[in-house]
Design a protein around this ligand. Structure first.
Ligand code: NAD
Length: 258
């Protein structure tokens, strides 16, 4: 079978960059009827050892610490953005303006203003876009969606969404980019709650009114070590720095449906 090649650039080779790359590698073994094959053209990370690992062990053809070189590589059709949130905007807009299709990890920028600008640039460029709100594809969620669409659950009058996650609960969890304004922008409201909001939008529809409250329960965390992940922890007595965004958020909303 003749299959089209789709040239991939992955930007950011941490947790999600590696997860997406593993998935690209598995596509040929999982989908025999596919009409395209992803081709790992270029990886970009600002840490050279991650670039080297991506080339040596995952099979990217090239690697660079300069994300602009990856975005503008002539063999790249799709840019997969797995860098910290505050980098989403420059990368996504550069990719769209270069005519590349964009898969951007959630939350698509670190602030709502950035999300709006990324959406506008992508629509203007006419490229295909996708976002990493992966829970909506879970079979259970799709089943619920079908139950609602078929009317099996009647009129939906209440939606209860929660997302508890453990990575921030340890006070010794390192002060990674997730806890800093210039890396993440907002805290759990965009990192975690946005998954729940995505499901709410998909299952129940747009939200009209919101009242909410956020808080930072752990105000200081041990300083990070190079190359760590957000699951790494420090020790009591390690030097610390201030957490700059919220680690709790709760809200009551009204949907447009009433
Ligand atoms: N969809 C999901 O379920 C899910 C889960 C986890 C993370 N995410 C999202 O994925 C993105 C990445 O999160 P992560 O957990 O992989 O973080 P991470 O810290 O593990 O990885 C981020 C990577 O980006 C690299 N990086 C930093 N600055 C860079 C630059 N200038 N150029 C290129 N690379 C750079 C870092 O060195 C690191 O390797 C975030 O937007 C996050 O919200 C989504």
């Amino acid at each position: 079978m003749t299959r089209q090649k789709i040239g991939i650039a992955v930007i950011g080779f941490g947790w999600m960059g590696q997860a997406h790359t593993r998935s690209y590698l598995r596509i040929p073994t999982l989908f025999q009827e596919r009409t395209y094959d992803p081709e790992l053209i270029i990886i970009s990370d600002n840490m050279q050892d991650r670039v080297d690992e991506a080339v040596e062990s995952f099979g990217f053809r090239e690697g660079t610490t300069d994300w602009q070189a990856a975005v503008n590589h002539p063999d790249v059709d799709v840019v997969c953005i797995c860098a910290p949130n505050m980098l989403h905007e420059p990368i996504a807009i550069a990719a769209a303006e270069a005519g590349k299709h964009v898969f951007c990890e959630k939350p698509v920028g670190g602030t709502p203003e950035q999300t709006v600008r990324i959406e506008a640039a992508s629509r203007k460029a006419g490229v295909i876009t996708g976002v990493g709100y992966n829970y909506r594809w879970a079979p259970l969620v799709q089943y619920a969606k079908n139950l609602i669409a078929d009317g099996a659950l009647g009129e939906i009058t209440n939606y209860n969404g929660r997302f508890f996650t453990m990575y921030g609960s340890d006070p010794m969890g390192l002060l990674s980019w997730r806890f800093q304004l210039d890396g993440a922008g907002h805290g759990v409201s965009s990192d975690i709650l946005s998954h729940s909001i995505d499901l709410a939008h998909m299952l129940v529809g747009p939200i009209k009114k919101v009242v909410g409250t956020g808080h930072t329960y752990i105000p200081d965390r041990p300083l990070p070590k190079a190359g760590g992940t957000h699951y790494d922890a420090g020790q009591p007595g390690d030097p610390t720095g201030p957490v700059e965004n919220e680690d709790y958020f709760g809200a009551m909303v009204q949907f447009e449906s009433g």
